[in-house]
Ligand binder design. Structure first.
Ligand SMILES: Nc1nc2c(ncn2[C@@H]2O[C@H](COP(=O)(O)OP(=O)(O)O[C@H]3O[C@H](CO)[C@@H](O)[C@H](O)[C@@H]3O)[C@@H](O)[C@H]2O)c(=O)[nH]1
Length: 337
């Protein structure tokens, strides 16, 4: 069986002050009227036999409020006691798969367009996962030196029919100079955070690279420990760092569809429709001579702006963010204080 596992327990802090612990990014809508997590589910439905969503205990109520009866019947909601990043989430989710099942793992909070091309790419990745003992990842052909994404360096061709390549190395989010070099080199892809493999192949990788998580799951299955006890002892580690960067059986299949991880306010500006002045506006504003800016106001407060260009302003009940367009990755720094 081919079963999707949607990872939906992140906080999306780079979209503060809209994305918050109470309502993280995946529950907001961008590029469409539906919340990102619902867009993700709908995109996958026709490609897989079952859809599983893994999220944290803290977020389960938001899901229950959002997901209608009809959708509820088609998905299984899995709960982690608390967020420990993506490796523990995927490992816990894998308990709901049989050894020969294909795990199709997706972030919950991305925008994908060109759905036909997306489907063809994922279908090829599923075929590859059925046949080869590989951990497969989807790499997006980069169009600019983006510093918010991890990069995948392609090695030699593996299966020309499916367009798969061996992975030489993963490079987590680079600085601008490095990102420019990667773009020029031509054999680098953006790491989309989508993974496809057989459950038994994942089990072997988990035992080898994250034995503490593998053994924790064994204790859970044997009912020697509770989920809370086991989870408490798991390292907080991403699947990229914990497994993908260490494994030697990783393949990349390039994807040429439009993909945006909605990872920052600049990404939101990029994907939303602009008005004649180049502005993206949500909510109420009084504007005079404002150009090429992203303006969000989810409150009833009156916001008036004059003679501003290339700005990002987000006003919510949680707080106010103001920065220059191009600098929105700095939100993470601001949140340290
Ligand atoms: N269930 C669960 N889900 C989680 C957790 N932490 C994160 N997630 C979910 O996992 C997905 C990716 O996590 P992020 O934390 O948003 O990753 P990132 O910093 O954006 O970086 C990764 O994705 C980029 C592409 O978007 C990659 O370019 C980068 O290399 C890396 O793989 C999101 O859907 C998020 O909700 C967790 O503890 N539990």
């Amino acid at each position: 069986m081919v079963k999707a596992l949607i990872m939906a327990g992140g906080i999306g802090e780079r979209l503060w002050p809209l994305s918050t612990r109470k309502r993280p990014k995946q529950f907001h809508s961008f590029g469409d009227s539906k919340p990102l997590v619902i867009q993700t589910m709908e995109r996958l439905k026709t490609l897989v036999d079952e859809v599983h969503i893994i999220t944290t205990k803290e977020q389960i109520n938001i899901f229950n409020q959002m997901i209608g009866k009809e959708e509820e019947e088609k998905i299984t909601l899995l709960t982690e006691p608390f967020g420990k990043n993506t490796a523990p989430a995927i490992a816990l989710g894998s308990l709901y798969y049989e050894p020969g099942d294909i795990m199709v793992i997706f972030p919950s909070d991305h925008i994908i367009r060109d759905l036909e091309s997306f489907r063809r790419t994922i279908t090829r990745a599923i075929e590859e996962a059925v046949e080869s003992d590989a951990l497969i990842t989807i790499g997006i052909t980069p169009t600019r030196p983006h510093t918010g994404y991890g990069y995948i360096e392609r090695g030699e061709s593996h299966n020309p029919e499916r367009g798969s390549y061996r992975v030489k190395r993963f490079h987590e989010k680079p600085d601008f100079k490095k990102a420019q070099e990667y773009l020029k080199a031509g054999n680098f892809y953006w790491n989309s955070g989508m993974f496809i493999w057989r459950k038994e192949v994942f089990d072997r990788a988990l035992r080898l690279h994250l034995p503490e998580i593998y053994h924790g799951l064994e204790e859970l299955k044997a009912k020697a420990k509770s989920l809370e006890e086991v989870y408490e002892n798991f390292p907080s580690v991403s699947i990229d760092y914990g497994i993908m960067e260490k494994a030697d059986n990783v393949l990349v299949i390039p994807g040429n569809f439009y993909w945006n991880d909605v990872g920052s306010w600049d990404s939101v500006y990029e994907l939303e429709e602009k008005d004649a002045s180049g502005n993206v506006i949500r909510g109420e504003f009084v504007l005079h001579d404002v150009k090429n800016s992203l303006l969000f106001n989810t409150t009833y407060r009156s916001v008036r702006i004059a003679s501003v260009e290339d700005a990002i302003l987000v006003v919510t009940d949680e707080g106010i963010l103001l920065c220059h367009r191009g600098d929105s990755q700095k939100v993470r720094e601001l949140l340290k204080y």
